[in-house]
Write a protein that binds this ligand. Structure first.
Ligand SMILES: [Zn+2]
Length: 314
């Protein structure tokens, strides 16, 4: 295997947050009031899938509280944590308010995938934006109690919703997803979803079901989507994926069969790739234009770890 000459490893998107979540402040009404009034506080402004930026070079993503309040009525606010001593919040605004800002000069309103892939803000902002986006999305879908139907209220700085009627407490949810690379010697299994950009191939992935271990989900999804059986399963790394609230659990698995039967409901193709071919895909110099997902995604890191010999079953 030649050296991969892929350069330094890129940072995995949405991970290694600089924020200390300082959860003890969530219940402290006086501390919250003081932080909201603190001129050092910074606010991420989010409307569902869209993030509001101040356009410039570089773009700015943090607003002060008075600036955010001047943009649009704020639906919800979530205390995200502290960057050093500076409080960070996420606030939600309505989609039509964000659409109006998009037409105004001085603002750039776009989705988080675009921001992450194109590097429209400094990388340090991606984890807190992911945190804010996931919690604000949860708020937008939990306005009413799932137990009794009454309107719920945000409490604890946006980290819980309480039902005044039946007293149920509702907490933000995270949906675990396995994303895995089945390996057979120097080859691994990738699939192509019809939703992917042309030419891109990636790891197989799927939601973990209730009552299922991570390892069992890896084996089940690989068998369901590609007809390949797997034995040993190892964990590599994880990544929050706020579309809307997943946690990607990156694994690799020892393939114990070779023949592929594609589930055409999920995938338009699946096949084995050699390390040589993967190097050209990672480096964007494949003769047929085939690519892997971009460095912001965990699939890129799993595939690269395989190519560089860091994972495998000897
Ligand atoms: Zn209730």
């Amino acid at each position: 295997m030649p050296p991969s000459d892929l350069g330094l490893k890129p940072r995995l998107g949405y991970t290694e947050s600089r924020l200390v979540r300082a959860a003890e402040r969530r219940k402290d009404a006086d501390a919250l009031k003081a932080m909201i009034a603190d001129p050092a506080s910074g606010v991420y402004v989010i409307a569902n899938e869209m993030i509001v930026l101040k356009s410039g070079s570089p773009n700015e993503v943090l607003f002060s509280f008075p600036e955010a309040q001047a943009l649009a009525p704020l639906d919800e606010a979530v205390f995200l944590g502290l960057d050093g001593r500076d409080p960070r919040f996420g606030v939600g605004i309505a989609s039509d308010a964000a659409a109006a800002l998009k037409e105004r000069s001085g603002f750039l309103v776009t989705d988080l995938r675009t921001i992450a892939v194109q590097g429209l803000v400094a990388a340090e902002h991606l984890p807190p934006i992911a945190e804010a986006k996931a919690v604000l999305h949860w708020h937008s879908r939990r306005r009413f109690c799932s137990n009794c139907g009454a309107a719920t209220q945000s409490v604890e700085a946006g980290w819980r919703r309480d039902c005044p009627q039946c007293k149920a407490q509702h907490f933000p949810r995270t949906d675990p997803v396995v994303i895995m690379l089945a390996i057979d010697g120097d080859e691994c299994l990738l699939g192509r979803s019809p939703r992917f950009v042309p030419g891109m191939w990636s790891c197989l992935a799927g939601f973990i079901e209730p009552g299922e271990a991570v390892e069992d989900a890896v084996r089940r999804e690989t068998l369901e989507e590609a007809g390949v059986t797997c034995g040993r399963v190892r964990y590599l790394a994880s990544q929050p994926w706020p579309f809307p609230s997943s946690l990607m659990i990156g694994c690799y698995a020892e393939a114990t069969s070779r023949d592929i039967v594609v589930d055409t409901e999920e995938l338009e193709g699946a096949r084995w790739f050699s390390k040589d071919e993967l190097v050209r895909m990672l480096g964007r110099r494949h003769e047929q234009g085939l690519t892997t997902p971009p460095p912001v995604a965990i699939a890129h890191h799993i595939i690269r770890s395989f190519v560089e010999g860091e994972i495998g079953f000897g």
